[in-house]
Write a new protein. Structure first.
Length: 410
C-alpha cells in the first residue's frame, strides 16, 4: 500500500448489537444503602450542627501522641512498618489488646486475638465464617444499622428479638431460639447503637446460659464500653459461664484513639478465630502494618487510660447538655432515655409525629439527627430518633437544640 493511502478506521458495531453486562449480584440489588451514611452527606453542609453521626470529637484526638508513635515506628524499623505482615496481626499489638482485656477480668492471651481493619471488619469476618444463605441470625430490635446490612448481604434471615429499655428479653429470646434454630445472636450489650441502653448483668447471665443450653454462637460488639460516664462496669458476655467457648468479642480503637487509623480487634475461641483468619486472608491479607505498629507504640509510650478519662469528661458534659435541652427542643410528650455512657440518646416523638418528617424541617434549620426507623429489623417505629452528643461542644449542642425546637414548631 502506498504511504499516502489513508487507512480506514474499523467500523463501529451498531449500538443495538451491544449486549449489556450481566447484572449485579442479588445481594447488592436488594440491600438498602445506609441511612446514616446518606444523612452524613447532608450534614457536611457548612454551618450544619449534626446529632446524626456517631463521630468522635476530632479536637480530642491525641494528635501529638499519635504523631510521636508513628515517628518512633519509622525511626526504629521503617522496613518492617512498610512491609507485609501476618494475617493475625502484629504480635505486640495483639499482646497489648490481650493485656487490656485480661486487666478487666477476661482471661486473654495474644493467641486469642486477631487484629482487624476496624471492628466493622470483625463483624464481617465472623459473618463469613459462620453464616450461609438462609441461616437465621438474631439481632436486638432496633440494632446497629451496618450489622443489618452485613447480615443481609450474607443472605441471612435476620430475626429481631424483642427488647425493652434495658435490652434483650431473655424469655423472648429463648422462645425464638427454640422456634427458629438460629446460628448466631448479634448484640451490642453496652451503650448500644442506636439506643444507648445497657444490658444488665442478670440478663447477660441468662443469655450466656441460654446460648450454652440451646446451642448458639454469640457475637458481642463492644466499641463503646470504655466510654462510661456513670455507674459501674459490667462484665462482657464473653466472661459469663456458658459463653466462653461460643462468643466472639469485637472491640475498636476508633472511639478511644482515632477512627482514621481503622484498627479493631476480635477475640474468639480458637476454632472460630481460625475461621475468621481464613476469611481475613481472602478479604485483605492483613491490616495495615504501619498503623498496627504505631498503635502498639502508642500503647507502650502513652497513657491511653488517661486519654480516655479526658475524653469521658468531655463527653459527659456534652451528654448532659443534650439531655438538659431535649424537653424544650422536642414536641411535648416526647420521651428519651438517660444512657450511662456511649455516644447516643434514643428519643421517641408523641403520637401523630414522624421523625423523618421532622428531619426534613430540621435540616432546613441547620440541624440534623438520624430517624430511628432504619435501625429496626422488624416493623419500624417511625416516631423514634437517634441523637449523638459527642461531636459538638456544649455551646454548639445548645444552638443545635434551639434550631431543633424551631423546626419542631413548623
Amino acid at each position: 500500500m502506498p504511504a499516502s493511502t489513508p487507512v480506514a478506521a474499523p467500523a463501529s458495531a451498531p449500538s443495538a448489537a451491544l449486549a449489556p453486562p450481566p447484572p449485579f449480584a442479588a445481594r447488592i440489588r436488594t440491600t438498602a444503602p445506609s441511612a446514616v451514611r446518606e444523612i452524613l452527606a447532608v450534614t457536611a453542609q457548612p454551618g450544619m450542627i449534626s446529632f446524626a453521626g456517631g463521630l468522635p470529637a476530632p479536637e480530642l484526638f491525641d494528635a501529638e501522641g499519635l504523631r510521636a508513635a508513628y515517628d518512633g515506628v519509622f525511626a526504629r524499623s521503617a522496613r518492617r512498618a512498610l512491609q507485609y505482615s501476618t494475617t493475625e496481626g502484629a504480635p505486640e499489638l495483639r499482646a497489648a489488646v490481650a493485656r487490656r482485656l485480661d486487666g478487666r477480668g477476661l482471661a486473654t492471651t495474644e493467641d486469642d486475638v486477631l487484629i482487624t481493619t476496624g471492628s466493622q471488619q470483625g463483624l464481617g469476618l465472623i459473618t463469613t465464617a459462620l453464616i450461609e444463605p438462609g441461616d437465621a441470625v438474631l439481632v436486638e430490635n432496633p440494632t446497629y444499622l451496618a450489622a443489618l446490612q452485613g447480615f443481609t448481604l450474607a443472605g441471612a434471615r435476620v430475626i429481631p428479638v424483642p427488647c425493652d429499655d434495658e435490652g434483650i428479653l431473655p424469655d423472648a429470646l429463648e422462645e425464638i431460639v427454640a422456634r427458629e434454630r438460629p446460628k448466631l445472636l448479634y448484640t451490642v450489650p453496652t451503650f448500644q447503637n442506636p439506643t444507648g441502653r445497657t444490658l444488665p448483668s442478670a440478663r447477660r447471665t441468662a443469655v450466656a446460659a441460654l446460648a450454652a443450653r440451646l446451642g448458639l454462637w454469640l457475637l458481642e460488639d463492644d466499641p463503646y464500653g470504655d466510654l462510661r460516664y456513670e455507674g459501674c462496669d459490667i462484665p462482657w458476655l464473653a466472661a459469663h459461664p456458658g459463653a466462653e467457648d461460643r462468643t466472639a468479642l469485637l472491640g475498636s480503637f476508633s472511639k478511644v484513639m482515632a477512627p482514621g487509623v481503622r484498627l479493631g480487634w476480635l477475640r474468639a475461641p480458637a476454632a472460630l478465630l481460625r475461621g475468621a483468619v481464613l476469611a481475613k486472608q481472602a478479604a485483605d491479607l492483613h491490616t495495615s502494618t504501619v498503623d498496627q505498629l504505631a498503635a502498639a507504640e502508642y500503647l507502650r509510650t502513652a497513657d491511653l487510660d488517661a486519654h480516655i478519662a479526658r475524653v469521658r469528661d468531655a463527653y459527659r458534659l456534652r451528654r448532659d447538655a443534650l439531655l438538659s435541652g431535649l424537653a424544650s427542643a422536642l414536641p411535648a410528650g416526647s420521651t428519651w432515655n438517660h444512657p450511662e455512657g456511649g455516644m447516643f440518646v434514643w428519643a421517641r416523638l408523641p403520637e401523630g409525629h414522624d421523625a423523618t418528617t421532622l428531619l426534613r424541617a430540621a435540616t432546613g434549620a441547620g440541624v440534623a439527627f438520624v430517624p430511628g426507623a432504619p435501625f429496626f429489623a422488624g416493623s419500624p417505629d417511625p416516631r423514634t430518633l437517634r441523637l449523638s452528643f459527642t461531636t459538638h461542644t456544649e455551646q454548639e449542642i445548645g444552638e443545635g437544640l434551639r434550631r431543633l425546637a424551631g423546626a419542631a414548631l413548623r
